[in-house]
Design a protein around this ligand. Sequence first.
Ligand SMILES: [Zn+2]
Length: 313
Amino acid sequence: MDGNYEKLLDRVSRVSGLEKEEIDRRVNAKQAKLSGLISKEGALQVIAAELGINFDNEKFKIDELVPGLKKVNITGQIIKLFPIRNFTTKKGEEGRVANIIIADDTSNIKVVLWDTNHIGLIESGTLSEGSVVEIVNGSMRMGEVHLGSFSEFKPSSEIFSNLVKEKVSRDKTVGSLNIGDSAKVRAFIVQVFEPKFFYVCPECKKKASQNVEGFFCVEHGKVSPEKRALMNVILDDGSGTIRSVAFNDVLPKLGLTDFENLELLSQQRQNLLGKELIFTGNVKMNSYFNNPEFSIESIDDVDLDALLKKLDK
Ligand SMILES: [Zn+2]
């Protein structure tokens, strides 16, 4: 079950006085009426609007944020600042963007700042790691909160005693995955592609490019690179399928141990078909295929005892 949907459902139930089951029933009916063209989270927002609930001035906890939310009002503590990036738009205009992560007592989320005034607050040090900030009128985009010139980003005096700083991975079904989700899925491997190889700089681990003279890192110049592998697989849990990518470090967990012995590799790949495992990772947009892709960060065996305990509850 999607935790954020449940949290927002709680809130709609509280505000409207309707039972959660009744709201959930209306959400399903709305989805059916729209032939599944709307997500469950989207349908819930439509139902809330029909019930006269206006989220515009509602303050949310981070774990209540769902895809498509247009007015995000939250408060959180900055737990990470990424370097400010410059970019050039297709029209040739220069722009800047700052990414930060804020946490509250329920979860944490990436916030993307596009407004120069907001970026200025970070640059001047007015707001830094540890500062508590209030966000008004942000919007949800691909699992992140985006702030534009109509958004507010300002210091807050709120104090958090229990910050949730670690990434929150929720148990989800493949069919309910959205871009930006950090999720844990239990699924079968139904297709295994050929591994691909690439080279990285030994210092910064970024991709090294090759020319006739050897390998080069943008930052470190000529380097003797490290070889890395990645492999795409398709995961299926009955609710849907998703193209997924497993990088170097998790490949041994898939039983792939030797990339030079092609016969062994082919056998090891064959053994993976139909295997059921628990995959933890992030859903990203693959810009080449223009499709969501599940980037696998860790793999665990299906622990039947733990599953049975969970079902008992
Ligand atoms: Zn480098």
